[in-house]
Design a binder for this molecule. Sequence first.
Ligand code: MGD
Ligand code: MGD
Ligand code: SF4
Ligand code: MO
Length: 735
Amino acid sequence: MAEPESETEQVRTVCSYCGVGCGIVLEVARDAVGRRAVVRVKGDKAHPANEGRLCSKGATSAEMLAIPGRLTRALVRAERDGEATPTGLEAAVAEAGRRLRAVVDAHGPDAVALYVSGQMSTEAQYLANKLAKGYLRTSRIESNSRLCMASAGSGYKLSLGADGPPGSYRDFDHADLFLVIGSNMADCHPVLFQRLLERQRAGARLIVVDPRRTATAARADLFLQIRAGSDLALLNGLLHLLVERGEVDQEFIAEFTEGWEEMPEFLSHYPPAAVAEATGLPEADLRRAAEWIGGAGEWMSCWTMGLNQSTHGTWNTNALINLHLATGAICRPGSGPFSLTGQPNAMGGREMGYMGPGLPGQRSALDVEDRAFVEDLWGLPAGTLRAESGRGAVEMFERMAAGEIRACWIICTNPVASMANRGTVVEALRAAELVITQDVVADTETNVYADILLPAALWAEAEGVMVNSERDLTLSRRVVDPPGEALPDWQLIAKVARAMGFTEGFEYGSAAEVFEELSRAWNPRTGWDLRGVDHERLRAGPVQWPSADPGGPDRNPMRYLNDGVSQDALVRRDGTRPRLVFPTASGRAVFFPRPHLPAAELPDDDYPFVLNTGRVRHQWHTLTRTGRIARLNRLSDRGPFIEVHPQDAAALGVGEGDGVEVTSRRGRVLLPARITDRVRRGECFAPFHWNDLFGEHLAVNAVTSDAVDPISYQPELKLCAVALTKADPAEGGEV
Ligand SMILES: Nc1nc2c(c(=O)[nH]1)N[C@H]1C(S)=C(S)[C@@H](COP(=O)(O)OP(=O)(O)OC[C@H]3O[C@@H](n4cnc5c(=O)[nH]c(N)nc54)[C@H](O)[C@@H]3O)O[C@H]1N2
Ligand SMILES: Nc1nc2c(c(=O)[nH]1)N[C@H]1C(S)=C(S)[C@@H](COP(=O)(O)OP(=O)(O)OC[C@H]3O[C@@H](n4cnc5c(=O)[nH]c(N)nc54)[C@H](O)[C@@H]3O)O[C@H]1N2
Ligand code: SF4
Ligand SMILES: [Mo]
């Protein structure tokens, strides 16, 4: 820790990329005039998430602090397509506040929208939601988690009663079997995948389910190269086989669940032959997978976007949890459903309620008691919070395009590059009277459309709490000053709120004060409990919630234990006190029969291919950070590409590196071909990292589908129907 006399000090912080939430130790040097600089970044050996390991992205965090193109001053455009002029921060904030207020006054609160991010600190997420729901009283707040974890969140709530995995990373060290489905962990959660491989070396088995032979699939003991979009058939088919083999845990089912009665009849529709037909998988592989699951003492599942980004994403989560409930493999060291969180603080955001009707502490504005609790927390008159919400981010941009939402404030996300069917976002931003963006860099695909650009502090320039996939709260430390007039997000949000006239609820001296307020939102129904945590405690190291008591343990690896500590205790009518209590109405976890349905958009004669989209190992999303780091660009040797199966390529007359024109009902893209049998025939894969800043016709989200899951409102980013043709060489497709 800090040693004031020495030239350098060591500061413990957390990685700013993925939701594994690796601990980082910064070596910070001070020059003669006392200015501090990060000279070295290394993995924090004492952090439970990574025990010293870092992947390439975390390891280049110091380079990230030096990326070119930072937004150091506010910029204001007098007219939409005009030059953005540097403006003093106070003037820009005043203008943002004045113009937002004018829109609300003229058109009502729902004319203003906030679109925020799982990469903001918990304090910033909390304040954004407080401003939106408590003060502006708009029902229009959404986050990029809608594109990411929404389906896992709604699936957990239905099956188990509350959001978030019940277990923790410790389970990786005890599992006998891993089912990794719709997740390329090797590239996207590398440090956790290392932990999984360690356990595999000790004898555990790995089943990987993915339509694409990924780096993760390469390590599998059994790789199921499933037809895209057919996971429900597989999951139901596996449970069918477990029932047939007599490998369900009747005792667990009777004691801790409800809804099993319906399952046997439902599952009878998923015999192996039918499942093999629907999924394209050999029957023998299905039987082997079921045998391994049934025979495993402890087993866990890991899933990410291959299941969530689907029009039946919520059902995918339910069907996967059914398997855990039926085998009793949950809430036991080494067992449980474990969604891998994408962004570094999407867990914090979900807990703060930054999507749809959410309120702090895993609460909902649709619940009368939750509203009353939060009105009290915020010191607002009863009835202030509205019992309404929108239907996700896709709908929000549609309403903006339609002129119903007239102003938006986009913080820490780049929707023109990342949103499904991004044509609607472009239309929406063009139609809006006022677009405010808040970012760390000046050039992004979205900033082009902004009237006011607010400069945000980057990682290590701001203090705030981040929550990872296993509920560790780690304090992200401020060790250097932000450049120019840039400020931490929470401060910019508080400033704009005050500029709108909301002086009461937004006076804070520090992020620690904001945290102190939000930690009062303890929810004894779900067990979300930060009462034992504050910034001071986190300076010494991470704490895993539920944490009821400042003197309590730092590690609380399992939820839903019926011990009455952070969560209301359950005593059944017969006087018994079950070992586990799920925060559902009955205290039991719920089986949901979820039939396999075809995807919203299927290939046809006009659009005969399925396009799958995702990520590469050394790049992050829309490249505003990693794309400016030389070491990472060298590692990801090539730019954009589309993977096409050799037989499809031959039929199209496309050779390696040739430009391919990809068209859908919504738009077109031009990408260089990579010919490979990683992808199935009839399917192709493109990363969505490279967008307008790198050339014309590269934005994959010009073609993706914005059909949404009717429960989670998560858009289908993994599957859309496209046509492929060899591009006219004059038009490019090369970068
Ligand atoms: N290097 C890197 N790491 C990251 C990120 C990054 O940008 N770069 N982003 C972070 C974020 S926010 C997220 S959300 C995660 C995402 O992490 P992942 O979800 O693991 O990554 P993706 O590449 O989006 O998609 C995962 C896999 O889903 C598969 N898939 C597509 N359709 C289907 C299907 O129908 N069924 C099944 N079973 N699988 C399917 C794809 O082939 C792909 O291999 O990564 C996080 N980590
Ligand atoms: N086709 C397709 N599209 C997808 C996906 C997919 O798999 N396929 N995945 C979806 C998923 S899971 C996700 S999570 C989204 C991610 O999509 P985005 O959130 O749009 O992606 P990022 O590039 O991470 O954007 C973050 C922005 O915040 C800025 N930023 C970084 N740090 C800070 C900060 O501290 N403060 C502020 N104010 N700004 C900061 C960055 O410069 C960048 O402009 O993409 C989604 N889009
Ligand atoms: S695994 Fe995720 S959290 Fe860990 S260093 Fe890599 S990007 Fe950062
Ligand atoms: Mo994500």
